[in-house]
Design a protein around this ligand. Structure first.
Ligand code: NAP
Length: 296
């Protein structure tokens, strides 16, 4: 894409104050690209009329949809409310994109898969979600593909963390302030993924027409237990992390055990692979300046 093409782009971002949306807005700003970021206060995605009107008036050239219901356990008791945001709301956004004839990017999840086996999931593997959140996110994928079959990006991401949200790394660090030992699940395997790395790839992709379904994650696999151990190793914190099984831990929603995702399509389609999850974690700890927090 030439500079003049880039200059003519105007990207609409939903969920702009969420964890990933925040970093996508920063990435667009860094590249001097025109962007309009909205969140629930400006545009509730479950309100069809508001969505169609707001997006039409903004007249973007592409849309990145980050807004979602992300409370996985709460979704089990409130599946319809979750569906309204993740599936129905996504359908409204896709309808607005179809009306304007613009491409749309949607973030989906490893939770669309059933977690069986050990083989990394391919983008064209058949989804079979285990819980309400995964079901509604998959329905969102289907609604998007139905509306704009020829110009969608679906990026399935997982285990994300960034500066602007509640996430596993922050929870571990917070808990370690007043606990010297805790239990972490060791039989779910996936890839912790840093939102600025996803944002960089997403903004690269949205400037192309290399549409389709992609699996996107920092490189390498680990368990939540391995991830927790690495966090404390890098922070030089003496915390005892005890490995437990998913069953022993006992969360409300069933989570896939095998969340390994094959991300090779990123490179096959001419984009840069994300760095390793360990490299990403070091950068995040630097970003939040955890060492400084400890020294003070
Ligand atoms: N977090 C993960 O580990 C993970 C893993 C796989 C995929 N994903 C997907 O990645 C995307 C970004 O996730 P994230 O962690 O950045 O999510 P997040 O931090 O929860 O941000 C989502 C944003 O959407 C907003 N939102 C919720 N309901 C809305 C509505 N009805 N209308 C308009 N906005 C609404 C939220 O506002 P409020 O906070 O005010 O509700 C929030 O600002 C989502 O599609 C998510 O499903 C996330």
């Amino acid at each position: 894409m030439s500079n003049s093409d880039k200059d003519q782009m105007k990207i609409f971002v939903t969920g702009a104050r969420g964890q990933l949306g925040h970093d996508i807005m920063l990435e667009l700003e860094k590249r001097d690209m025109a962007a309009i970021g909205v969140d629930k206060e400006e545009m509730d995605i479950t309100d069809r009329e508001a969505v169609l009107k707001y997006i039409k008036e903004a007249a973007p050239t592409a849309l990145i949809h980050c807004a979602a219901w992300t409370a996985v356990d709460a979704a089990e008791d409130q599946e319809e409310a979750c569906r309204l945001v993740n599936a129905v709301g996504t359908g409204y956004i896709a309808e607005a994109c179809k009306d304007l004839g613009i491409p749309m990017m949607y973030f989906s999840t490893d939770y669309v898969f059933n977690g069986q086996g050990q083989r990394p999931w391919q983008p064209d593997d058949e989804p079979e979600p285990l819980g309400a959140y995964g079901r509604t996110k998959y329905e969102g994928e289907l609604r998007l593909r139905e509306q704009i079959p020829d110009s969608f990006f679906i990026l399935r991401i997982q285990w994300i963390y960034g500066i602007n949200g509640k996430n596993f790394v922050k929870t571990m660090l917070r808990l370690s302030e007043d606990h010297d030992s805790f239990r972490v699940v060791d039989d779910q395997i996936g890839s912790p993924t840093y939102t600025p790395d996803v944002a960089r790839l997403a903004v690269d992709m949205i400037q192309t027409d290399r549409y389709g379904i992609y699996h996107v994650a920092n490189t390498g696999y680990c368990s939540w237990y391995d991830f927790a151990v690495k966090i404390f190793e890098l922070c030089e914190k003496n915390v005892k992390v005890q490995p437990v099984s998913t069953e022993e831990y006992g969360a409300k929603a069933v989570r896939p055990q095998n969340s390994r995702m094959d991300t090779s399509k990123i490179v096959k389609n001419g984009f840069c692979a994300l760095p390793s999850w360990e490299d990403a974690l070091s950068r995040f700890l630097e970003e939040i300046d955890y060492g400084k927090i400890l020294r003070n």
